[in-house]
Design a protein around this ligand. Structure first.
Ligand code: PLP
Length: 393
């Protein structure tokens, strides 16, 4: 038997992390790493944030599961808070990002069938997008590494070049139902859609009677300095999926929608055993307690600007290693000259964690509670790693 007990669908780094504290992770050998991955934008309040630990400890001693056949005050409260804080009128909780995505796709199809237009079922998505690994999510992205061997692909997704409004217009057919976009594309290379582009999509959807669907799983819940990234553009979608930082590591996703868009989602049309269970919603409520406290998101903006300025300096100092900075808030990317995986490995050798993204970008996702001193520490590590890489050129 040569296959590992854990199915080998990841090239896992040979590091065993045992403990986390704020912006740091500690291995089983006691080594400390500066964590600018944060579970890929999950542990946004850092590891073992005291308010979250207290909320989960309390919930763990009270109630774990009821089934969605019954109500819980925590679930109702989290849904109401998300409604109050966003464009949405209604929320369904799931266990993961891709499930929240899938709920949105089902909701879009159901909306059109419930208004007597089931011929509208196709969704326009953007090249480089990533919505997860379910059959509809890979059909939306069509990235070779994700779809190869998994065909036939589910029909109903039309890919257009990123940021190309003419291509979006040209892709609309009598079967189109919706347009889906990540306002800041994460896996695809840390590119932020311009406010003008997002506003253009909103206007196009309104003109054509289509639904606008935002995937804010990675950049949502505080990461760009607004609770949700689309707020920067002053437009709202009809449907949005979120996950990751909403639970800070406790699995929770959510599909948010307007009353109009969710019109067909009546009892029996959708469901989940675990989605929004008492532990998950306790985590979600504790995350919102911290993130909606006065000044928290302003600090994310300030630290994001500070981080971006530090990264710009690194680009100027190391033109043979980095050619540009991309991103928004505390979701930053450095466009690399050497293979980005080499840069990630060089950082790891200096005890800092970062992750690759598309278009040869280095993705830097510090926890939102990162301090200026820790940003300085990261900049010094990146500088050191870049110098070492320069020596090998
Ligand atoms: C933008 C986006 N959508 C969807 C997903 C899928 O989320 P999950 O891995 O929780 O299923 C991810 C995960 O990285 C993501 O970044």
């Amino acid at each position: 038997m040569t296959i590992s007990a854990l199915m080998p669908v990841y090239n896992r780094v040979d590091l065993y992390f045992e403990r986390g504290e704020g912006a740091y992770l500690f291995t089983d050998k006691g080594e400390r790493y500066l964590d600018f991955v944060a579970g890929i934008a999950v542990a946004s309040l850092g590891h073992c944030h005291p308010q979250l630990v207290a909320a989960l400890e309390k919930q763990a001693k009270t109630l774990w599961a009821t089934s969605n056949l019954f109500k819980t005050h925590g679930g109702d409260r989290l849904a109401q808070r998300l409604v109050d804080l966003t464009f949405a009128d209604t929320v369904f909780f799931q266990n993961s990002g891709v499930e929240a995505w899938e709920c949105g796709i089902k909701l879009i199809r159901k909306y059109f069938s419930s208004i007597g237009q089931p011929q509208h079922f196709r969704v326009i998505s953007f090249q480089g997008c990533f919505h997860g690994r379910s059959m509809t999510a890979i059909a939306a992205s069509k990235a070779e590494k994700m779809v190869s061997g998994f065909g036939p692909l589910i029909d109903g997704f039309d890919l257009v070049p990123w940021g190309d409004m003419d291509a979006v217009r040209a892709a609309i057919t009598p079967e189109t139902a919706a347009i889906v976009i990540e306002p800041v594309i994460g896996e695809g290379g840390m590119k932020a859609a311009s406010a003008e582009f997002l506003r253009g999509l909103r206007a196009l959807c309104d003109e054509q009677g289509l639904l606008l669907y935002f995937d804010e799983i990675q950049r949502g819940t505080g990461r760009t300095g607004k609770l949700f990234a689309h707020e920067w553009a002053g437009v709202t979608p009809d449907v949005m999926c979120i996950a990751k930082a909403l639970g800070n590591g406790f699995p929770i996703g959510a599909c948010l929608a307007t009353e109009r868009a969710a019109h067909g989602m009546v009892p029996g049309t959708h469901g989940s055993t675990y989605g929004g269970n008492p532990l998950a919603t306790a985590a979600g409520n504790a995350v919102l307690d911290v993130m909606t406290a006065p000044g928290f998101l302003d600090e994310v903006v300030r630290k994001g600007n500070y981080f971006a300025a530090a990264l710009e300096k690194l680009v100027a100092t190391h033109p043979k290693i980095f050619t540009g900075v991309r991103g928004k808030g505390l979701m930053q990317g450095l466009v690399c000259v050497p293979q980005n995986s080499k840069v990630v490995a060089a950082l790891r050798a200096e005890k800092m964690l970062a992750v690759e993204a598309g278009e040869n970008t280095l993705r830097l996702l510090p926890p939102l509670i990162v301090t200026e001193a820790q940003i300085d520490e990261a900049a010094a590590i990146i500088d050191r790693a870049a110098r070492k890489l320069e020596e090998t050129l």
